[in-house]
Design a protein around this ligand. Sequence first.
Ligand code: ADP
Ligand code: LRH
Length: 487
Amino acid sequence: GSPVRVAAVDLGATSGRVMAGRVGPRSLHLEELHRFPNGGVRANGSLFWDVLGIHREVLNGVREVARTGPLHGIGIDSWAVDYGLLDRDGNLLGNPYSHRDSRTDGVPARVLEKVGAADLYATTGLQNLPFNTIYQLAAAQGTAALESAEQLLLLPDLLAYWLTGKIGAERTNASTTGLYDVTTREWAVDLAKRVGVPWAILPPLRDAGDVIGPVLGEVAEQLGVDAGVPVVAVGSHDTASAIVGVPATEDDFAYISSGTWSLVGLELEKPVLSEAARLADFTNEGGVDGTVRFLKNVMGLWVLSECLRTWSDQRIREASLAAVLEGAVDAPALRTVVDINDPRLLPPGDMPSRIQQLAEEAGEPIPRTPVAIARTVIDSLALAYRKHLRTAAELAGRSPSVVHIVGGGSQNHLLCQLTADAVGIPVLAGPSEAAALGNVLVQARTLGAPLKDLGAMRDLVRRTHELHRFEPRPGTDWDAAEARITR
Ligand code: ADP
Ligand code: LRH
């Protein structure tokens, strides 16, 4: 058939991008036509997303895709859990909060008193993160916005609503809310009732691959496109789209989706809801085509990017990403390691001081320079990947033979090599835009491209993208390092 050309909107917490994706029978081509910075905005004591600004950038990007060639579809994915509320007129009620806002401090404990951790896990299968939508809604109880809300839309669904006027919740992202039953694949209405969440605001569910609807006439005009262009539901959770874009040809592969967050785990056919999985605090998120993303959220390169922001504010000019990574390659290995998932690293702030504080508390040598701090972060990430991949494999009864690293972090060759060393199996790094590729591929299938399943999509990525291979190097005592942080 003739090639399909779509706009893939991929919104990360630190940058948003709009890509033109072209899929032919044996070809897959991605062109980045628009990129813009993203981040929380502090106002009136809270941390919000500038969602109208994001909407404008989505329009700007899609317009650019349409200007440069045919446009057969539009798909949107973004980070998980955050949402906007609509009033009865269909208007947005206030600004969507960032999941890094502190309003959920102390809330999970209150909710768990009502439902019990075991019950909650048995239904949702989710890692107990303070920002899960269920906790954000519990924190919002009694607010004017929640009381007048008619609909809750997760962010990619909100942006799709502004393009099409259609309301819904795509399942991969719904699965991150803590209000979704991972076994029945429906909203967990009873759970919502028990927590006091107004369940009627949860919109009808839809699947990745469904057509959401054609763009509204007014939007088509703004975009300079024909009114019929469909918006297609993709794996609207960016991590779900990224896992579609993992170029695995092996059956037993592990993955790390490495961006602002690192999502570390396995693709499974069924959730693992065992007591051991609950105690290990592993998540069972919904993947495209009914798969399960059995994984751990690791604090990720957020920690490094907040360090870089802090150094830039302090006018430490020599501390650019390229410079600290170059220095970190030659820094001594595992000199200082910290628990990179310490909850104090979640909110924005002076990250270098927090890393030093964690080192001091753990009795580790305190890293003093940007290079030493960056090396601490990278070593600590590799150590966390090792621990969680081993646990995932054990809990799921798998023994992966390779780790695929995708996302922006796949360009961090030091981290990729250390991951191979730490985990003890080869790492295949790339593509860095796996989420956008997954978004393109799911749209292309809906629009008629012959991609029968995830295997076919992954084959196409593998055949069209160059990967970097890292073999594990012996000689570093990772066990001893792990013992230092769990002491
Ligand atoms: P998100 O989608 O969450 O916004 P990305 O997948 O774009 O994140 O990954 C962003 C991260 O990728 C950055 O924080 C940075 O650490 C890393 N990164 C991006 N480019 C490079 C590069 N050239 N070399 C090393 N690391 C990089
Ligand atoms: C990564 C991500 C991750 C979520 C977090 C909120 O961008 O979607 O999978 O847990 O953001």
